[in-house]
Design a protein around this ligand. Structure first.
Ligand code: SF4
Length: 334
């Protein structure tokens, strides 16, 4: 397929052709990445890349996703105090950071949600030009509204896998219907919403991946993502193999061709087992990298969402891969 055929087959969601593209390697893969980069270059953000900071505010989670090790590694369950959260944002903002991703397990406790809303308000009062992204799982619509009213402008809620049966198999305590109704609430409330999947989950098929793309295409998203499955040592899926790096990168390139103007992160899941994984993500069309120095060092191991052998890139690493990919680091893009 030449570049035009690739783009056409992806944008018309040609199932059989997309399955072929997902398996590209070597020369074909390079051609796919080159089309994705050109589309990124001609899109709304050109060759700019957002560098954001993550603060893992709590590892308390009421869900039981079978691929996740959160709360299962015997480490203390923690929730950062309001003072600590505001302090972390303040220190990072003084270093020049402007985009903060506050991430936690799922916890619908009203006091917790109110505390986070308070932190957002206070941080924005101190630094009016910052952007706050929240990633706190399924909440009630009223709770999302409280967070939106506090000044947070973005929310990430990945659907993880779109197939109803597969979803139940890997996230037994939730359902795709409920997850999608939460995503719709976020969109309706005016959040710049992010969603996406995990590539390489146990029991996942190539057809499932194409269905994930069909769903992403339908949703009105500002941010889209795909992480590579990593078997967390404390999760129920600890004995399954990791997701395939090439399929994940191809999926990211397809996402870029489908969504020229979305933020797409090159996540640390790509770096696990592949030192150049995140740089390859940028080469495949991604335009966002997360700096992992916002969580207090002594609590990093407690946040066991993907793997104990987590990779926590600092600012220097993130800037370097962006510059090495001929992109321009920015404190935010939206
Ligand atoms: S993936 Fe998220 S929602 Fe699922 S158990 Fe882990 S922290 Fe909780």
């Amino acid at each position: 397929m030449n570049g035009q055929e690739l783009t056409e087959n992806i944008r018309t969601l040609n199932k059989e052709k997309i399955k072929e593209i997902l398996l590209y390697k070597n020369q074909q893969q390079e051609e796919l990445f080159s089309v994705a980069r050109e589309i990124r270059q001609n899109g709304k953000f050109g060759n700019n890349a957002e560098l954001r900071s993550v603060i893992e505010i709590s590892n308390l989670c009421t869900q039981k996703c079978r691929y996740c090790g959160m709360g299962r590694n015997g480490k203390e369950i923690y929730t950062l105090s309001n003072e600590v959260i505001i302090d972390r944002i303040t220190n990072l903002a003084k270093m020049g950071r402007r985009t903060f991703l506050l991430q936690s397990g799922e916890n619908q406790n009203q006091k917790f949600v109110e505390d986070i809303a308070y932190c957002c308000r206070e941080a924005i009062k101190k630094f009016p030009d910052i952007k706050i992204i929240l990633c706190m799982g399924n909440l009630e619509k009223e709770q999302y509204k409280l967070l939106k009213d506090s000044g947070a402008t973005r929310y990430i809620l990945k659907f993880e896998t779109s197939n109803a049966e597969h979803h139940k198999r890997v996230r037994p305590s939730d359902s795709i219907e409920h997850r999608l109704s939460c995503i719709q609430s976020l969109i309706d409330l005016g959040f710049q919403t992010g969603s996406g999947n995990i590539v390489g989950l146990p029991y996942q098929t190539l057809d499932n991946l194409v269905d994930d793309l069909v769903l992403i295409d339908k949703l009105n998203l500002a941010m889209v993502s795909a992480t590579k499955f990593i078997p967390n040592e404390f999760s129920e899926f600890k004995d399954f193999p990791a997701g395939d790096i090439d399929i994940t990168l191809n999926f990211l390139a397809i996402l870029r061709i489908l969504k020229p103007d979305c933020l797409i992160p090159s996540t640390t899941s790509l770096s696990t087992g592949h030192t150049d994984g995140q740089k390859r993500g940028l080469e495949a069309g991604c335009n966002t990298v997360t700096i992992h120095d916002g969580t207090p060092k002594e609590l990093e191991e407690n946040y066991s969402i993907y793997s104990e052998k987590r990779f926590s890139p600092g600012e220097e690493f993130c800037r370097k891969i962006v510059l090495d990919s001929d992109m321009v680091p920015q404190v935010y893009l939206i």
